[in-house]
Ligand binder design. Structure first.
Ligand SMILES: O=C(O)[C@H](O)COP(=O)(O)O
Length: 228
């Protein structure tokens, strides 16, 4: 039975500071490191044995993957990094404090920016300190100025279909280390969650989510590994 494991990176510095992060590259905190190691130990203890891994080009997801793999004794696994698994781009909200932004614009507006299906946050302005256009990892990539969940799905899913599905179809167990919203994009697809209901789905940091897949790669079951 093909198996897919999803893990959101461990707590990041800006998760801790409650700041909108998106594509900005922040590190994991000490707690995030501990979460990643614990996730790897849990996977090892439960006999989860990935054959290949995918992650974004963002340090918090890469580091979480490496720490988890080290804890599993599987640092030798192949890892493919791709920007399409990045967090959704938070546009003009990048770097702002989430609570201060809610105080300024109202809770409802911030909820729309954070959780609506297709309303993107305001775009990142030219000259912003959070502009990534000269970052070499994005050379040749048309960096979005902001992304809704719908926009995120539009780059995550084609990547899933073209790069990850062939591995699952070949019978491999695949581990993906990514981000709250790139994983919400995948879960929405795999679990057939509606545009309305996806607003209520939250993905915690450092908790492996297991998908047992049928031979046609549709989801038979989704669960947190910590609960089995
Ligand atoms: O990018 C961020 O700020 C977080 O990783 C996810 O943010 P959210 O909980 O507002 O979607």
């Amino acid at each position: 039975m093909p198996q897919l494991i999803l893990i959101r990176h461990g707590q990041s510095q800006w998760n801790l500071e409650n700041r909108f992060t998106g594509w900005w590259d922040v590190d994991v905190t000490e707690k995030g490191v501990a979460e990643a190691i614990a996730a790897g130990e849990l996977m090892k203890a439960k006999g989860i044995a990935p054959d290949t891994c995918f992650t974004s080009v963002q340090s918090r997801a890469i580091k979480t993957l490496n720490l988890a793999l080290e804890a599993m004794g599987r640092l030798w696994l192949p890892v493919t990094k791709d920007w399409r698994l990045n967090e959704r781009h938070y546009g003009g909200l990048t770097g702002l404090d989430k609570a201060e932004t809610a105080a300024k614009h109202g809770d409802d507006q911030v909820k729309i920016w954070r959780r609506s299906f297709d309303i993107p946050p305001p775009p990142l302005e030219a000259g912003s300190p959070w502009d990534l256009s000269s970052d070499p990892r994005y050379a040749g990539i048309d960096i979005p100025s902001a992304e809704s969940l719908k926009d995120t799905i539009e780059r995550v899913l084609p990547y899933y279909e073209s790069a990850i599905v062939p591995e699952l179809a070949a019978g491999k167990t695949v581990l993906i280390s990514a981000h709250g919203n790139s994983l919400r994009a995948l879960v929405k697809h795999l679990s057939g969650i509606s545009d309305a209901d996806i607003t209520g789905l939250e993905i915690p940091t450092g908790q492996p989510i297991i998908y047992d897949l049928a031979d046609d790669l549709t989801a038979r079951e989704r669960y947190y590994l910590s609960e089995r």
